[in-house]
Ligand binder design. Structure first.
Ligand code: CP
Length: 323
């Protein structure tokens, strides 16, 4: 029997990605989780494939996770950071990309502050393009790893009640979660300060509720977004103390609710602002599972977008196959 495949050439976002493709990416992610539990955590699937990680914006988790995923699949990995590049000498994005293209990379993983920049990149290069976060637009592998963590915890996504808490308007994590979860049949409610809930949000199939306690009573899980402190300078979030009191996830707040709500956070966390330390480190949180699932699901994305195709001769190496 042949491997299930996905119909994607690039991964630019989860908007428009089918439930079947998401299902395949998550299932293969779980197979790679098993690889990551082995003493030797490496498979030869992407031997001879070159991947460049282009990060024009800071990142800890996503960058390390992609690099690890690529190395676990035996790809040749090149890292590029904007600060250390000729961008600081005035070179534009298009020139940088064309140079990288001339170096015959097979895949580009890119994080960039401009929404839509990864789509633009996909127009310039033949390589497979994977979005590692483009401004306020999307962060599709974060959406996938969050769904994988929910699937792992609950055994299903269909019918699951998920709250997304915080600055929805500026969050690529929120957008990718919404697209993915709604496609997979989950129910989503967003919650945050009114001016940080975009007016179009209802059109994406989600409910809005500004009362965090009502959302915690309703939800099976909540994904707590990072409050982007850099936005405080714009006056968007006037007071940390007020935010914590209205929307912060604290043990005291969780204790008011009878059922246990699973807590996710994409990181980096502002402990004591959107989430308290005792919640982040407590039994209800799956934050470190999210990090491990991030490596596994990024291996799955790379495997499906880059693995050798049957039509090209060699059959794909299944992740469970011994090296
Ligand atoms: N979740 C996430 O994107 O984290 P980083 O910014 O550290 O990559």
């Amino acid at each position: 029997m042949s491997e299930p495949t996905v119909s994607l050439r690039h991964l630019l976002g989860l908007e428009g990605v089918s439930a079947q493709d998401i299902q395949v990416l998550l299932e293969t992610g779980f197979s790679f989780r098993e690889v990551l539990e082995r003493p030797i955590k490496k498979v030869p699937t992407l031997t001879g494939i070159s991947v460049v990680n282009l990060f024009f914006e800071g990142s800890t988790r996503t960058r390390i996770s992609f690099e690890l995923a690529e190395k676990r699949l035996s790809a040749d990995v090149t890292n590029f950071s904007a600060g250390a590049s000729s961008l600081s000498k005035g070179e534009g994005l298009k020139d940088t990309i064309q140079n990288i293209h001339a170096m015959k990379m097979d895949a580009v993983v890119m994080r960039h502050p401009v929404p839509g920049s990864t789509w633009q990149l996909s127009q310039f290069v033949d390589a497979v393009v994977i979005n590692a976060g483009d401004g306020t637009h999307e962060h599709p592998t974060q959406g996938l790893l969050d769904m994988m963590s929910l699937q792992e915890k609950f055994g299903r996504l269909k019918g699951l009640k998920v709250g997304i808490i915080g600055d929805i308007a500026h969050s690529r994590v929120a957008r990718s979660n919404i697209f993915g979860l709604i496609t997979m049949g989950a129910e989503v409610t967003v919650c945050g300060p009114g001016h940080l809930i975009p007016p179009y949000i209802g059109e994406l199939g989600v409910a809005v509720n500004g009362d965090i306690d009502e959302v915690l009573t309703w939800a099976d899980a909540v994904n707590v977004l990072r409050i982007q402190r850099e936005r405080m300078a714009d006056g968007i979030i006037p007071s940390v103390r007020e935010y914590r009191s209205r929307f912060g996830i604290t043990n005291e707040r969780l204790a008011r609710h009878r059922k246990e709500v699973v807590i996710l956070h994409p990181g980096p966390m502002n402990r004591g602002v959107e989430i308290d330390s005792d919640v982040a480190d407590g039994d209800q949180a799956v934050i470190l599972d999210q990090v491990l699932n991030g490596v596994a699901v990024r291996m799955s994305v790379l495997f499906h977008l880059l693995g050798p195709r049957e039509s090209e001769g060699e059959p794909p190496l299944h992740p469970e196959e011994e090296t």
